[in-house]
Design a protein around this ligand. Structure first.
Ligand code: GAL
Length: 429
């Protein structure tokens, strides 16, 4: 186990060093400069990979149709969950050379950009487009400070999804998706006996992604949410138990894959039984080949809330911003208008594997997994994602990632718990 993770860590470090060389996924020319009489708008995200890029392309098409004087410059930086993109973004913001608009998660991550003074407020746009009424008020709170709103949310993603291969479960004698952590461990053991991979896993951030689902499933929703309040007790016996659960579950993980897509693919291809990943995996499984895998739902892959989390939506939301000093401010505002629109959201989300942030979307477009997601979003309790910017700010998340990375080598639960408790004490506000 230790050797495998150290190899994966080396790859990740090398790719971070190569950041500036690989930044810019769209094959366009330099951003922000006029080209052929058109203004370029530099849109910064991390949606380059299979299953990630399809939704962005759908929104780009609408933008280009509606804005013939603007060219979309795709400044996406590869790497799931945006770890590499966010590192590059931080250096661009530091140097006062921001992209015209960038992707940021609603919640603590966005609050960090707001507090740093990186963003223009968007109340003028909310007023002009009457957006206050179309987004859930709790979501607007996550992107506001003192009544000023700082981003346009395009979607709601669910983090706590257990993806599984029905045929692999059947072969192992597992009757259905496990509903508790104990049932999950039993199912993982049964799959192990067949020689298939019980649980697929990607690069290190996917272990943190798994950890948030295990914390939620083991602690319950109220105790999970309390972890992010000032004075929270990360040293509790409940957290110890959750981290022991995490250790046991991780002991069934296959070789770490380079990112979330190859890990998800192991499930769709019948090499692995389970994968815990956000519902962007749905876009990847379901979208036609080229962008996705073109797999058949319920046959090649199926889904359930991650064990112990039924009735709770571990949520996150991608949003776009207007950085102060954007070179092409008008272009950025035009992009935000598309991102805010019903048309833009209904083109983006069915491909992205997310549900729209707007409340008035065309529900008929959200079928199969996405129909379940819409239903659960309106009925479930809410909990905020750790890895995807809702519950913790970026310094806190970086420390959690460090601690989990160390744990993958040492397997030392007590050290992990101490590291997480110290991180909370240093960063909770
Ligand atoms: C999340 C992001 C999602 C998806 C995922 C995997 O942080 O919010 O939209 O891109 O990373 O890359």
């Amino acid at each position: 186990m230790r050797r495998r993770w150290m190899a994966a860590a080396a790859i990740t470090f090398a790719s971070v060093l190569g950041l500036s060389a690989c930044g810019g996924g769209g094959g366009d020319t330099a951003g922000g400069q006029p080209s052929g009489g058109k203004q370029q708008v530099e849109v910064f995200s991390w949606w380059t990979g299979p299953g990630e890029a399809d939704g962005l392309q759908a929104m780009r098409q609408i933008f280009e149709q509606q804005n013939p004087g603007q060219t979309f410059f795709d400044a996406a930086v590869a790497g799931g969950s945006g770890d590499k993109a966010k590192a590059l973004l931080a250096s661009k913001l530091q140097a006062d050379t921001p992209p015209d608009t960038f992707q940021g998660h609603a919640g603590a991550e966005l609050q960090g950009y707001i507090k740093a003074g990186d963003l223009e407020e968007l109340n003028f746009l909310y007023d002009e487009l009457k957006l206050q009424d179309v987004f859930p008020s709790q979501l607007i709170e996550q992107i506001s400070v003192d009544g000023k709103i700082y981003s346009v949310p395009v979607n709601i993603h669910r983090s706590n999804v257990l993806w599984f291969n029905p045929a692999v479960l059947k072969e192992a004698g597992v009757a259905g998706a496990p509903k508790s952590i104990e049932e999950f461990l039993t199912a993982l053991e049964k799959v192990k006996a067949t020689g298939k991979i019980p649980l697929s896993i990607g690069s290190e951030w996917t272990a943190v992604h798994l950890l948030e689902s295990v914390l939620l499933g083991s602690l319950g929703t109220d105790a999970y949410n309390a972890l992010f309040l000032p004075g929270a007790d990360w040293n509790s016996a409940g957290v110890t138990k959750a981290l022991e659960d995490f250790k046991k579950i991780m002991s069934y993980a296959g070789d770490p894959q380079d990112d979330w897509q190859p890990a998800a693919k192991q499930v769709a291809d019948g090499e692995a039984a389970f994968n815990v990943m956000g519902d962007w995996a749905y876009g990847y499984f379901h979208n036609p080949p080229e962008g996705g895998l073109g797999k058949t739902s319920k046959t090649d892959f199926d889904w359930a809330p991650s064990p112990g989390t039924e009735g709770t939506y571990l949520w996150l939301s991608d949003s776009f911003t207007l950085p102060k000093g954007a070179k092409n401010r008008d272009g950025a505002v035009a992009w935000l208008k598309v991102a805010a629109s019903k048309e833009g959201q209904d083109a983006f989300n069915p491909k992205k594997g997310s549900i729209p942030a707007r409340k008035d979307a065309d529900q008929a477009l959200y079928t199969d997994y996405l129909a379940d997601a819409l239903k659960d979003w309106s009925a479930d309790k809410l909990a905020g994602s750790i890895q995807h910017g809702v519950a913790v700010n970026q310094p806190w998340l970086a420390e959690i990632n460090t601690q989990v990375g160390l744990f993958l080598g040492t397997q030392d639960v007590a050290a992990l718990q101490k590291g997480l408790a110290d991180a909370a004490a240093a960063n909770a506000q």
